[in-house]
Write a protein that binds this ligand. Structure first.
Ligand code: COS
Length: 386
């Protein structure tokens, strides 16, 4: 749903300009220094990028899902590390509070996330629970007006920068599955909360993940998201439905970038006396990439519109994430191939993108988890209809 086409056009084009003029020229520096420069963070704040999806009542821009994916197509054209820095405040770090939080929780935290005063992080994954998220072991035990949290969360995006953590923990040890899990907001600086050292990753330099360790961390009961025990896993799943659509849109943006850089290269690069773009084997790779990219873009927009209409888009979000991230991987691979030896050299952005986009097929649910969700939903719907 697009609320005001003219306003959106202005927003998308100003973000597109920011991507071209402020982000893409700084990519190499981000990769070298493994940090987003402070002046870029300040510009992101000024543009309102930390609060894109947070409703206007809480200080954000309140974009719809369709608007969000159109903006993400633009942001995706720059190194994924930039998007990652604002990604948790607009997505997995805030959406649980927005969807299921109490009014007091929304008022206390969303305006600070929208302004970029601090970042947020989503703590689901653990050393022994990745794809099998419902088996998580981190515990939260009620003690008077508090809960006491113990456990370790792993690969937590933006943990080193986060002011608050949305933490999924088991409040009912007798229940092994999702219904024993609750969600909490934990503030940085709470005694007993420490971070592991930043993970050394394959790519996405400038985006940071680490362990988050809870050692008798005492959290007020008022920080139980929604004030209700046992629904934290469902909150996490709803957060991921939206997050997966966002990652699909990001994959479209990154693919657009890789393909346009590669097309330019293929037109300029000459072999056998002519631009390599004239060779049909190169053209096949360009054309397949273009067609798949167009398909992914259409899927993402369709799923986003359905979500704006109030539909349950669990299946569509997983279809979009599965297809768009796998497409992005194929496009990255073909683009390296078209670059030939240059594609393996870090001077060209494709070498970095090839490593950066590999994560898209893994985080917020692997491709295999998306397949399982899609098939399970199909089977459930068929049984319900019978
Ligand atoms: N929206 C709302 N509720 C949902 C839901 C969704 N999208 N998906 C599942 N639920 C509910 C189910 O309805 C079920 O509720 P009931 O107990 O009332 O029936 C409950 O949650 C448990 O669901 P399910 O039985 O499907 O749980 P499973 O343990 O089988 O796990 C998968 C489901 C595999 C889909 C889940 O663990 C998952 O998404 N894993 C990947 C985790 C992931 O993406 N990690 C990335 C790290 S975060 S960046």
């Amino acid at each position: 749903m697009i609320r005001d086409a003219e306003m959106l056009e202005m927003l998308v084009s100003s973000i597109g300009k920011f991507v071209d003029e402020a982000l893409i020229p700084r990519e190499h520096e981000v990769a070298e220094t493994d940090a987003i420069p402070a002046d870029v963070v300040a510009q992101m704040r000024d543009l309102g990028l930390f609060g894109l999806t947070i409703p206007e009542d809480y200080g954000g821009l309140g974009v719809t899902m369709e608007e969000e994916v159109l903006i993400t197509f633009e942001l995706g054209r720059a190194s994924p590390a930039f998007r990652s820095y604002i990604g948790t405040n607009n997505g997995i770090g805030s959406i649980g509070i927005l969807l299921d939080g109490t009014e007091a929780q929304k008022t206390a935290y969303l305006p600070k996330l929208a302004s970029g005063e601090f970042l947020s992080a989503f703590c689901l994954t653990e050393p022994d629970s990745g794809s099998d998220a419902a088996s998580l072991k981190t515990s939260a035990v009620r003690d008077g007006d508090d809960y006491v949290i113990n456990g370790t969360k792993r690969y937590i995006t933006n943990a080193p920068h986060a002011g608050i953590f949305s933490v999924m923990a088991r409040t009912d040890p007798a229940v092994k599955g999702g219904s024993g899990i609750s969600a909490f907001i934990v503030e940085r600086g709470t005694p007993g909360l420490t971070l592991g050292k930043p993970d050394a990753k394959m790519g996405q330099k400038g985006a940071h993940t680490s362990d988050v360790i809870f050692d008798d961390v005492r959290v007020p009961a008022a920080n139980l998201i929604g004030g209700k025990e046992g629904v934290g896993f469902k909150t996490a799943m709803k957060v991921l439905d939206k997050g997966r659509l966002h990652i699909a849109a990001l994959s479209v943006g990154a693919s657009e970038r890789m393909l346009s850089d590669t097309l330019r290269y293929a037109i300029e690069r000459k072999q056998f006396g002519q631009p390599i773009a004239e060779f049909q084997l190169i053209q096949a790779m360009l054309a397949d990439s273009k067609a798949e990219l167009y398909a992914a873009r259409c899927m993402v927009l369709d799923a986003a519109r359905k979500r704006d209409d109030g539909a349950n888009v669990s299946t569509e979000a997983s279809c979009a994430k599965l297809f768009a991230t796998e497409m992005c991987g194929r496009v990255a691979d073909r683009c390296v191939q078209i670059h030939g030896g240059a594609g393996y050299i870090s001077e060209y952005s494709i070498e970095r993108f090839y490593r950066d986009v590999r994560l898209f097929r893994i985080y917020e649910g692997t491709s295999q988890i998306q397949q399982i969700i899609i098939a399970r939903n199909m089977i459930r719907e068929a049984r319900d209809a019978a």
